[in-house]
Design a protein around this ligand. Structure first.
Ligand SMILES: Cc1ncc(COP(=O)(O)O)c(C=O)c1O
Length: 367
């Protein structure tokens, strides 16, 4: 089977090295927020042009704590998109604010044209999502938001390695959220996340809030949560960062091959094509016959996945708590998008097989 993700293969490749690191750690008793965590935060900060990097238990917590740090809560509206992992919207609700969903462009990304009409006096934040690790027009969104006194929290959960003008995304807005979930391009063997910010006061809040507001072992200055990254995850991440750029390079290579090889099929190529800086967390094609194409690929031992089949405004969680909304582009894309295998464990012949199978499907559809 040609798999859509390489979580198990990564674990197998690195298990000896990781177990060795973990054995050393187990002997130190340094299990939570220890040296390995500090080392990982330093790496992340360097990756993000020197911004503050505060490790947390998840990308979801990074979004929630960023919203809280920026004073967003009940009575406030936060604009984001519906074609994202449910965590983006769940974090807004968890912070006590009202999520407002903007439609996306044909590139699946939120933009100023879809955000601006939804803004009003209650709008306090916008959360653009770098879906699939695609760069988006963040400067235009920030300009619009600054002109209205609205903060920007970048959802970079899928965007480690995504760059704009050669720089890692996640430092232009007021804060950003990265996920180190095992499925991510840089993932631990359990949950993890990072809040990145250039504002020292947001960093200070997150450092306290992730640990119950504790300033000393027994003195709490604010009510927070338990969102500490553990040393075992940090140590695995510190090992993986050594390979990250190599892995990203392979994803970009595969994406370029797909772009070129699929350009003459009825299946539209990745809509982020031509935009430099993509990290290809997902490589997505669009097909009017998506479900049949997915089944045909499966019959040929190729796993292609759908991210995300049910947009958030069609989920039960939304329907029972939020007003109905119609998002034509989001809804259409949810029926047409298909994620092809794109990760560093694929060989050239795997990728060629994916292309050949899609071409065969195309020919069958034409007959
Ligand atoms: C776009 C997006 N936002 C937020 C999250 C939440 O991250 P985590 O699973 O680390 O809480 C994810 C994770 O899949 C995501 O893809």
């Amino acid at each position: 089977m040609i798999k859509c993700n390489n979580v198990l293969e990564q674990a197998n490749d690195l298990s000896a090295l990781i177990l060795k690191r973990w054995q050393v750690l187990l002997a130190t008793g340094d299990f939570v927020l220890g040296e390995e965590v500090a080392k990982f935060e330093a790496w992340m900060s360097e990756r993000c042009n020197g911004a503050n990097a505060i490790s947390l238990n998840s990308g979801t917590d990074a979004l929630i704590l960023a919203l809280r740090a920026l004073g967003i809560g009940p009575g406030d509206e936060v604009i984001t998109c519906a074609n994202t992992f449910v965590a983006t919207v769940g974090a807004i609700v968890a912070a006590g604010a009202k999520p407002v969903l903007a439609d996306v462009g044909d590139d699946e990304l939120i933009n100023v044209d879809t955000i601006e009409p939804l803004m009003n006096a209650r709008t306090k934040a916008v959360i653009p999502v770098y879906l699939r690790g695609r760069p988006l027009n963040i400067d235009a969104i920030i300009d619009l938001c600054r002109s209205r006194g609205v903060v920007v929290i970048e959802d970079c959960a899928q965007a480690i390695g995504t760059t704009i003008d050669g720089h890692q995304v996640g430092t232009r807005g007021d804060a950003s959220a990265f996920s180190m979930h095992p499925l991510k391009t840089l993932g631990g063997f359990g949950d993890g996340g990072v809040l990145v910010t250039t504002h020292p006061e947001i960093a200070e809040y997150a450092i306290k809030a992730r640990n119950h507001g504790l300033e000393t072992r027994n003195e709490s200055v604010l009510f927070g949560v338990n969102s500490r990254l553990d040393s075992l995850q940090a140590s695995a991440l510190n090992l993986k960062v050594q390979y990250l750029d190599q892995w990203l390079k392979r994803r970009v290579e595969i994406a370029a091959f797909y772009d070129q090889a699929l350009s003459r099929t009825a299946t539209t190529v990745d809509l982020g094509r031509g935009k430099p800086g993509g990290s290809y967390y997902h490589y997505v094609v669009q097909s009017k016959h998506r479900d049949r194409l997915q089944s045909f690929l499966a019959e040929n031992d190729i796993h292609a996945a759908v991210h995300y089949p049910t947009p958030i405004h069609w989920q039960e969680a939304w329907l029972k708590s939020q007003p109905p909304v119609v998002l034509p582009n989001t809804e259409r894309l949810s029926r047409e998008m298909l994620t092809l295998p794109c990760h560093h464990h694929l060989t050239d012949s795997d990728v060629e097989k994916v292309v050949a199978t899609i071409k065969r499907f195309d020919l069958m559809e034409k007959q």
